[in-house]
Design a protein around this ligand. Structure first.
Ligand SMILES: Cc1cc2nc3c(=O)[nH]c(=O)nc-3n(C[C@H](O)[C@H](O)[C@H](O)COP(=O)(O)OP(=O)(O)OC[C@H]3O[C@@H](n4cnc5c(N)ncnc54)[C@H](O)[C@@H]3O)c2cc1C
Length: 470
């Protein structure tokens, strides 16, 4: 381990944003110090994306074995052995963690383990040593937050961090927050046999997704026996003999073994020397411009930690990667362009999955954009019928500029159904390369695949529907 010293770039925080910046900067021959107080890989690798997706895969296996008779395959579902599920999950995390450490070592990034603190616009102190850099990148990420007056005890009132460590399936759970994290845990726990109710203040699950996607998700969740209370503000929680009782603003009371609080994530920025050294902060988030520059010329910031005025900044691992790369390239002297945040693909990996890129119908209306839309049901798609999944592909395009003309650019793609997350990569090329439905209609999609739903929706928008009921 290095003992203090001078670097081209000192990065505080080794999560998705920080390590992506380190890896790309090293490609420019920069000397990089990456400071991490826990495990490199951060939230995504150890407490977020990867462990939750491992749980969701185990949940899918449970559902497949339970429902296998429908496909003529005889199996017996004997139950969930949570310690074994956790060991599979941990095995996945550890393999990726080892790989990441060796990638960082191969690029000669100096890892410094310890609690870092910004001590000047060009230095970070760790374990009594000082690391100076021509440039410092803040990447300290986020942590679960709660609501005022709602205290977390880690046993009955828990966060996603606690939920990932739970070595049993709760018999019942109330999930506060119907965003991505809440919906994914609801899906896992239901597949594992728990009674689940989601409490969401907004009028739909996944409030940031298109209303049409949320409606399909809600229909399927209802069929799966997942309860939800929408437009229902949380009021209070009390302990009972067997768990917790939650009272909603509507007066309704719900009982369960655990309450999972999934109401969003707050920035990790307190007492780290940020404001003392001239960095401005809004509600704890570090203010940056669209090129991730703070007010201090030698300090940039990336990932879940940042606030960009006028932009709804998504807290996603791939956004952290992109921002880390952007900063490294800017410091490497490349001519970088701001990220188009509307063009970032988003996936909720529940059953069914919800995936989207671009704007929603509500956003098109707010921005005064005239659009045409198609909802292509998965029932018309051979592969989806084989899988037994329901859902839809909604494509939003600019309305034709003259009557009878072709629609303009595709502005949004919103998918719901099993495995549709993998399809959003094609949708993002369509949206980000400003393709029009007629361009996409000319491309042949392989049959029978779920990717045909994107082809079919665009064929319909281009006025030449194939497997589509008028
Ligand atoms: C349950 C859950 C599921 C998720 N699923 C997905 C998903 O499927 N897809 C997706 O794109 N995103 C997902 N996310 C979000 C994703 O994990 C984050 O967007 C991403 O990790 C943000 O990266 P970051 O580098 O900004 O911060 P973090 O990953 O939080 O990393 C920050 C790092 O800084 C370190 N640090 C903090 N303070 C200090 C200090 N003082 N000194 C040294 N080190 C410090 C921390 O230990 C941490 O390692 C999920 C999150 C959660 C919680």
């Amino acid at each position: 381990m290095a003992e203090g010293g001078h670097y081209d770039i000192v990065i505080l925080g080794g999560g998705s944003g920080g390590y992506a910046c380190a890896l790309r900067a090293a490609e420019f021959g920069k000397r990089v110090a990456l400071i991490e107080k826990d495990k490199v890989g951060g939230t995504c690798l150890h407490r977020g994306c990867i462990p939750t997706k491992a749980l969701l895969h185990a949940a899918e296996v449970a559902d497949s074995s339970r429902e296998s008779a429908k496909f003529g395959v005889r199996t017996t579902f004997d139950g969930i052995e949570m310690p074994a599920v956790l060991s599979y999950q941990q095995g996945v995390v550890e393999r990726l963690w080892k790989g990441l450490q060796s990638t960082l070592a191969s690029r000669k990034v100096d890892m410094i383990y310890g609690d870092g603190r910004l001590t000047s616009p060009t230095s970070v102190a760790v374990n009594g040593a000082v690391y100076t850099g021509d440039h410092v990148v803040l990447a300290t990420g986020s942590e679960p937050r709660s609501l005022p007056g709602l205290s977390l005890d880690g046993v009955r009132v828990i966060t996603s961090d606690d939920a990932l460590r739970l070595d049993r399936v709760p018999s019942s759970a109330i999930i506060l927050g119907g965003g991505v994290i809440g919906v994914e845990f609801a899906s896992v726990w239901r597949s594992f046999g728990a009674d689940v109710t989601i409490v969401e203040m907004a009028p739909q699950l996944l409030p940031l997704e298109d209303e049409a996607s949320a409606k399909v998700l809600q229909r399927v969740f209802r069929r799966r026996g997942i309860g939800f209370e929408l437009g229902a503000p949380f009021q209070s929680v009390s302990y009972t003999d067997s768990g917790v009782q939650v009272t909603l603003g509507t007066g309704k009371q719900l009982d369960a073994e655990v309450l999972l609080v999934a109401v969003g994530r707050g920035p990790v920025s307190a007492d780290l020397g940020y404001e003392e050294n001239g960095v401005t902060i809004t509600r704890g988030f570090v203010d940056v411009d669209p090129l991730c520059r703070t007010k201090v010329p030698t300090i940039s910031a990336v990932g879940d930690l940042i606030n960009i005025p006028e932009i709804a900044h998504p807290q996603l691992a791939h956004v952290g990667f992109a921002e880390g790369i952007l900063v490294a390239e800017r410091l490497g002297g490349l001519d970088v362009r701001p990220i188009d945040y509307d063009g970032v693909p988003r996936i909720t990996y529940s059953d069914p999955e919800v995936a989207s890129v671009g704007i929603t119908s509500a956003q098109a209306a707010q921005r005064g954009i005239n659009v045409v839309e198609v909802n292509y049901p998965l029932g018309g798609n051979g592969k989806s019928v084989i899988l037994g999944t329901q859902g839809q592909a909604k494509v939003i395009a600019e309305a034709p500029s003259a009557p009878g003309g072709q629609p303009g650019r595709v502005l949004g793609v919103h998918l719901v159904g099993s495995r549709v997350g993998e399809l959003i990569a094609e949708a993002q090329l369509i949206v980000n390369w400003d393709a029009e439905p007629d361009d996409v209609a000319a491309l042949i999609h392989p049959h029978p695949t779920q990717s045909e739903i994107i082809g079919e929706a665009n064929l319909a928008l281009a006025g030449k529907p194939l497997h589509f009921h008028a």
